[in-house]
Structure formats: structure tokens, C-alpha cells
Design a binder for this molecule. Sequence first.
Ligand code: LLP
Length: 417
Amino acid sequence: MDDHFNYQNKQLHVEQVALADIAALHGTPCYVYSRAALTSGFRQFSDALQGREHLICYAVKANSNLAILNVFARLGAGFDIVSGGELQRVLAAGGDARKVVFSGVGKTVAEMRLALEANILCFNVESAAELDRLNEVADSMGKVAAISLRVNPDVDAKTHPYISTGLKQNKFGVAYTEAVALYRKAHAMPNLRITGMDCHIGSQLIETSPFIAAVEKILLLVDALSSEGIALEHLDLGGGLGICYQDETPPAITDYIAALLGALQGRTQKLILEPGRVLVGNAGVLLTRVEYIKPGEEKNFAIVDAAMNDLMRPALYDAYHGIKPVVREDHAVQNYEIVGPICETGDFIGHARELAIAPQSLLAVMSAGAYGMSMSSNYNTRPRAAEVMVDGDKVHLVRERETVQQLFAGEKIIAGL
Ligand code: LLP
């Protein structure tokens, strides 16, 4: 996807637009997405899956901007949601509720109602208690809820512990050993209809083998159910395919799909996938400006106007993001800590980067399209960044920069104190 972010005459471009022009137009910090990159990622999935009944449910949590959801909806995507809020975003963006799967361990009654009202495709149920609740809610609405059980296959995804989800000790899914019994229980519930099985073992996986290990375990359960007369219409293998942030070498989308299809040989169920990061991660950058250069006794700091509230991944996971100059300028190359203005030592964007920069230089924080804006906050009363989508030579503002007034609009001083 690097094809969409390139230097032309010392200027970093997104498709045909210079990032410096976007900064001049919309200010910084600002997230910038490439429509072509989004489209190309999605097409790689759909091309690789041609000839196989499938549904690609983009994991909304990776980046839930309406414009991004709309691009995917137009390409025929379904959506993997984890809250009622995400469902409302999908609908507002023109997504089809009948292509929505609803994951998450803590679905509330209100969220279940909303999803049943909208006639979503399937609830990915994560516990016995959730089966009971969903059956009751569906009953109260005179509906039947389509369900799949999210099975925890107990395989090691070999990724960061905070984003590993398929191990016994994780809170996700139903225990592998209890899955068949829970399917029997669901089978007996009048307001539930079993349609599938799903699993999601973690995020930013850079090897294929854990996915395959999970599929193999899941298929054993599928067979056990089928011998009891419980047939499944679909298999949802979750998301999790990693991207290159630094020097990782994740499998290409086509190779990942080929491996999955290999493991699924002879299986006729519709295949659902829930990719998030791989569709948007390298389709976006965070544009930021150097405010100050602060030479230190041990380290030089470049203080930029983006911070951990805009991009939390470095602070939270010690994640690496490439940092590139937006314009190749003739300054001395120095080693910098790239930090934000927030009052926390954890507020950094990158450590020890060799860069030729000065105050006012613009930087592009790379691979920031996934879990960047969607995890942002207002810490330090910082309005959230603007978001822009580039399409060829066109620049679309797809989210206005927040104002400080919006941040405290819902707050009140207690009268009569
Ligand atoms: N399906 C389910 C049920 C999930 O929990 C997730 C991600 C996905 C699909 C999409 O996974 P992906 O294809 O994006 O790996 N904030 C972290 C990542 C958290 C992922 C949570 N679940 C980060 O910035 O790395």
C-alpha cells in the first residue's frame, strides 16, 4: 500500500496531493487517508475470495469514520461491530444491517434491541449468560436472533499480550471445551437460531500458522455439531492479519486467504472474515507539525502538535510508527525523541529517530489509519484532530477538527453552590 504515499520532488504525497498542502488547508494534527489504498486492500480480499461464498465484515473499531465506512459499504462490505454506537455509524454511513455481525463480551439489552430492530446478520455470542439474555430480549420483541458462538480455540497468536485474545486466560469467547454443550443449549432456545461459529485470536498477527491452528480446532467442533444434527451456515474466522509498521513481514492478503481456503477444503459454509487493521492501517497517516526543538543533555526532543491523545498506540503498546518528513529539507540530521505536549512521560510518538527537521517542519506519522483516530481522546482538553480523505487529486474533509466548546458542551456548573 506504500504506492499511495510517495515522495515527488522532495514532497511526500498522498495519491496526487502533497501532504504540505493538506496541512496548509486543514491544519495539524490531521489524519489523512487514501481512498485508493482503502479500495485496494478491500479488493485484494474480494479477489482472493472469488468463487467462494463469503462476506468481508470490516472491523469498525479500527477506524469508524463515516467516510471510511461508506467507501467499504460501496465495495459491498459487511461490518463487524462491538457496540450499538458502531451499528449506528454503519447505518449512518449507508452500510447494510443485514451484513453486520455483532461481537463483544458485554452487549447490553439496549444494544441487543437496537441490533434486533435493525435485523443484523448475526450476534457473535461470547458467553452462556449472553445466550440467556439474547433469547429473552428477542422473545420480548417477538423476534428470533441469529447467533454464532465465539469459540476461544486456545491458540497462541504470538502477538502483543494486550491484543491477544484466543488464549484460555483471555476474557473472550466461550471455552473450547464448553462450546458443544453451549450450542446444544442455544439449539433448545426458541428465540435463537444457530447460523454459525466464529473465532478471533488476536490482532497484528504476522504468521499464518496460528490462524490455521485455530481453523483446525474450530472444524473439529463443526463436525461434532453436525453429528448431532446442528448444521452451520457460516464460519467467521475473525480478523487479525498484521501489517508492516517497521520490519515485520506479515503474509500478503492473498497468501493468508489461500492458507485459510486450504484449511477449509471440502467445507461449504459461507466464509466470513472481520479484517480491520490490514484494510486501513497503511491507508492513513497522522500529519503533525514540529512546535519546538528542545536540545537536552542526553536527548534531543522534537515537540510536535500531535500527542498520545491523538495516537495512543506508542504509549499503550510501545508500538512503532514510521515518522517521515513531509518535505525533505536541508537541516542537519539529528537524533530526536518525537514527543507531544501532554504532561506525561509516556506521551511520545517515536524514540530515537534520525531526522532533518526544524521548528515548523511537518512530519507524517505512518501506518496510522488503524486504531489511531478511533482510540483518540480529549485528554488535556485537546480537541480531536481533523480527518481528511484524498481521492486522486481531490481533498475531502471527512471530519472537522473538534472545538473546545464542543468538549465541555455537556458539562454544567452546579447552580447555587
Ligand atoms: N474481530 C474482533 C472480534 C476483534 O476483536 C478485532 C480486534 C477484529 C475483528 C479486528 O482485528 P484486526 O484485523 O484489526 O487485527 N487497539 C489495538 C488493536 C485491538 C484489536 C481489537 N480487536 C492496536 O492498536 O493494535
